[in-house]
Design a protein around this ligand. Structure first.
Ligand code: SF4
Ligand code: SF4
Length: 483
């Protein structure tokens, strides 16, 4: 995707079909020259803060629960101390929906700010793996010289691959802790792999993928695999703030020198913005899918502009319309629609969380032979299944009581309630079921039914009641369903 480019702008480099691929299908290794300008320093602060959060998060607790835990074995998701259980799919959908619309909104306002500032792929590649790799290779020039000679397995490069492997091991273990928790991870780490072969397989797989991604695949993840760059065309408009080259000011570009035309634009065609680009593109060709908005070309160009005595900002955060001299419109269809949808989703989520009980109660009709059974003594038996999900972080006993059974004309000795486990003890964050059997004389039913109230309490603040219809025979004719 490209905006209208000025004359002379927009020609792809000859002999190449992708920034990372040569025409003959071979890999073009991108070795960006780092530009340590003002934006780089800001991104550095954000990147290392995010890394600190990533490595600390599995160890952090809120309200006695992990801050983030995608507990796949138990089908639970804990976020900021709140645990989403399998029964919480609508809540979880609200959280995911809010996240997606939030990213849509950020993209509509600030382009691919997520890619350049917060995506783990960019953060780890540009602020961890690439700087360390560069150090092993002997700096930017060292990397390029080794590439030119085809020296892929020099002792320093082998040491670099091994270091990357150790880093991948650490990253993959941290990643795994988000899915199984730190206690489980430490347990696996301190026992032989033969005791947990599946977990061991996943650690090996994760480590291999992380190592492959940051050692070999690198920026190709953004260019080939990640779908977000392709959504860009639909998510931004000409008013969105992006990293943009000011072609009005920069063109026609001309090299610096005594013979330079005074009418030439400010771009001196030094190539610094291309050399520093981690995805290997030329920002002067306009907005491109490969641009991850990393701001490196801003820093590189600002440095050049300062050196040649011109104002900085030839490449800057701006919009396509602003560069073309058109007025800024903050209120557009997408900047109105996305916040409205986001507010609805977040409002729904907060309301649902606020109204959520500390337990979920489900009452189901039991019995395999039909809705009720007639006993040998003539009484009618109903089986009721009670399912309770305990959302607390501690085990709780739940007491079930039935009301509305003993009424005029029914003697207490004619009523039997069988509850094999009452109270029902339910561990923290789990679900348990139990069955109750209610035996009543036939005359307790009017037109084959009788309403009762089932109440469940944990003895603290949780108390929930549901109306339940006991079923029995209509009239006095035998049903033929005897136990
Ligand atoms: S064009 Fe500029 S902002 Fe875009 S990826 Fe390249 S260096 Fe980063
Ligand atoms: S760094 Fe600036 S002056 Fe140099 S080529 Fe890029 S846009 Fe032109």
């Amino acid at each position: 995707m490209s905006s209208a480019a000025p004359s002379g702008v927009g020609r792809p480099p000859s002999g190449r079909v992708l920034p990372t691929l040569n025409e003959d299908g071979t890999r073009r290794w991108i070795r960006p020259k780092p530009s340590h300008g003002a934006w780089w320093k800001k991104r550095q602060i954000v990147a290392y803060s995010l890394m600190a959060v990533f490595f600390a998060a599995p160890h952090l607790r809120l309200f006695g629960k992990p801050v983030f835990l995608m507990d796949l074995p138990h089908r639970q998701f804990t976020l900021m101390g709140y645990t989403f259980l399998p029964t919480d799919t609508p809540l979880f959908m609200l959280v995911m929906g809010s996240g997606v619309i939030g990213i849509f909104l950020i993209t509509a306002l600030f382009g691919r700010a997520w890619c350049g500032w917060a995506c783990p792929q960019t953060v780890y590649l540009e602020f961890l793996f690439r700087p360390i790799g560069r150090w092993f290779d002997g700096g930017y020039t060292g990397s390029r010289n080794l590439d030119k000679k085809g020296s892929w397995f020099t002792p320093r490069r082998i040491a670099k691959y091994l270091t990357f492997f150790a880093m991948a091991l650490f990253v993959s273990h941290t990643l795994l802790a988000f899915f199984v928790g730190t206690d489980q991870l430490y347990d696996w780490m301190s026992n032989p792999p033969s005791e947990h072969p599946t977990a061991f397989f996943f650690v090996v797989l994760f480590t291999g993928l992380v190592w492959f991604n940051f050692t070999y695949f690198r920026e190709q993840t953004c260019l080939i695999v990640c779908p977000y760059g392709r959504w860009q065309a639909a998510l931004i408009d000409r008013q969105s703030v992006i990293v943009a080259y000011d072609d009005v000011r920069g063109e026609p570009r001309e090299h610096a020198g005594k013979t330079r035309d005074p009418q030439a634009g400010d771009c001196i065609d030094c190539g610094a913005c291309v050399q520093t680009c981690p995805t290997g593109i030329d920002i002067r060709q306009g907005l491109q899918m490969e641009c991850v908005h990393c701001t490196q070309c801003i820093d590189a160009c600002d440095d050049i502009m300062t050196k040649v005595g011109k104002p900085t900002g030839l490449i800057r955060y701006s919009s396509q319309d602003a560069i073309a001299g058109k007025p800024r419109h903050l209120l557009r269809m997408r900047t109105i629609l996305y916040p409205v949808v986001l507010a609805i989703l977040i409002g729904g989520l907060i309301t649902a969380l606020f109204l959520k009980e500390s337990a979920d109660l489900t009452v189901l009709r039991g019995g395999l032979d039909g809705p009720f059974t007639e006993e040998a003594d003539g009484r009618v038996s109903n089986q009721i299944r009670i399912k309770i999900t305990n959302r607390r972080s501690e085990a709780m006993p739940y007491t079930v009581t039935l009301d509305g059974i003993a009424e005029a004309g029914i003697r207490p000795d004619e009523i039997t309630v069988v509850a094999p486990e009452n109270p029902l003890k339910v561990d923290a964050g789990t679900t348990r079921s139990t069955s109750l059997f209610v035996l009543l004389p036939r005359r307790a039913f009017t037109n084959g039914e009788r309403m009762i109230t089932i109440s469940v309490t944990d003895g603290r603040r949780y108390q929930e009641s549901v109306q339940y219809r006991l079923l029995g025979p209509v009239g006095n004719a035998p049903t033929g369903k005897f136990r």
